[in-house]
Design a protein around this ligand. Sequence first.
Ligand code: SF4
Ligand code: SF4
Length: 289
Amino acid sequence: MEIVIASGKGGVGKSTITGSLISLLSKDFKLGAVDADAEAPNLHIIFNVREWEREEEFADAKTAEINDSCINCGLCDNVCVYEAIYIDGRRRIKQYLCEGCGACKAVCPVDAITISDAISGWLRTGKTKYGPLVSAELDVGKPNSGKLVTEEKKIAREWRDKGEIDHIIVDAAAGIGCQVISSVSGANLVLLVGEPTPSSLSDMKRMHGLAKHFGIETKMIINKYGLNEGYRGLEEFAKENNIEIIGRVPYDSSVPKALNSMMPLVEFDPDSKASKAIKEIADVVKGWL
Ligand code: SF4
Ligand code: SF4
């Protein structure tokens, strides 16, 4: 199976739940983990990966450069909506602002501008005690097209095709942008993680709509349960849309301590309220694998 853990909203504790589920499930299954949050990857921190086995640059962006034949006419300044062109002795380009759109090259009268491939991020693979992990990291200011996540999943699927792993667990980024679309593409199931707040519900609805669009089944986990007593928004949404709630994880002060110790919560404090709830969720997931 390929299971995606997603939330729509950031900060609901998705990676905490993902890390603990992988820790528990890896005792019975050969798992491959995909950290699909290329803007803020953190599974390697929870899994205490200090060295990568493989690291390669990923070029998915374009960037402009101005060469010495520039006659300083200033035409390019007028068309760069990203304000990436500046003068320092001669005209130069701020690489972190340049989107590689080519507008400057189109207006340059002396062909002084070249557009070339630019490094947009890095793909990394490493070993953890729970199985292999593939992670990605976008460079600052580079566009998040989702291709980086597609490459990550390709690597994980190759592991599966070679029999190195049986199942893939994907920790998706927040939002419903390109990288999340890439995360859910081809998956069997999306586990929606939410916290009992209206903003989490609002973003979960969008995430659920995305999964539904792709025809992917969804289940729900309510994290930080009890933090907002009396709030029933997630439960009502689940009922209205026939989404099974497979667990309610209570708010637990052990969570930040586990993060600080770079350990999955279920290993840092196995007897905590949250760990016990996640173990029950893992038992449900085991039934699907
Ligand atoms: S390629 Fe586009 S973004 Fe980059 S400097 Fe030229 S006009 Fe600006
Ligand atoms: S349009 Fe070409 S020649 Fe004119 S300032 Fe820009 S780079 Fe230089």
